[in-house]
Design a protein around this ligand. Structure first.
Ligand SMILES: C=C(O[C@@H]1C=C(C(=O)O)C=C[C@H]1O)C(=O)O
Length: 109
C-alpha cells in the first residue's frame, strides 16, 4: 500500500463521516424549526391568556428529564442542559415579543 493509497482511504473515510455529519446537522435544523413552530403557538396562547413568557417549573422538569436522557445516551448531561437553556432563552425572548405585540395591538383578553 502506498502513501497515496492511505491518503485516499483516509480521505474516503473523512468524506463518509462528513456526509453523515451534514445529514445530522440538517435533521437538527429541521427539528429545531418544528420545535420553534410549536413554541410560537405556545407564545400566542400565553399572550392571549396573560400567562408569563417563562415557566421555570416546567424548565426544571425538562432539564431533569434531558439530563437523564443524555446520561443513558452517553452524552455529557451538562452539555445537554446548556443546550436546552440556550434554546429556551431564545423561546422566552420570542414569547416576550409576542406578549408586547399582543398588548400593543390590544389582542387577547
Ligand atoms: C414553551 C414554553 O415556554 C417557555 C419555553 C420552554 C421551552 O422552550 O421548552 C419551556 C418553558 C417556558 O419557559 C412552555 O411554557 O411550554
Amino acid at each position: 500500500m502506498t502513501t497515496r493509497d492511505i491518503d485516499e482511504s483516509v480521505n474516503a473515510e473523512l468524506n463518509r463521516l462528513r456526509e453523515s455529519i451534514d445529514n445530522i446537522d440538517a435533521a437538527v435544523v429541521h427539528m429545531l424549526a418544528e420545535r420553534f413552530k410549536c413554541t410560537q403557538q405556545v407564545g400566542h396562547l400565553k399572550a392571549a391568556h396573560q400567562l408569563p413568557p417563562a415557566d421555570p417549573a416546567r424548565e426544571s422538569r425538562q432539564i431533569a428529564r434531558l439530563r437523564q436522557l443524555a446520561e443513558s445516551a452517553h452524552l455529557d448531561p451538562a452539555f445537554a442542559e446548556k443546550l436546552l437553556n440556550f434554546i429556551v432563552a431564545e423561546v422566552i425572548r420570542h414569547h416576550e415579543r409576542i406578549a408586547e405585540e399582543s398588548a400593543t395591538n390590544g389582542e387577547g383578553a
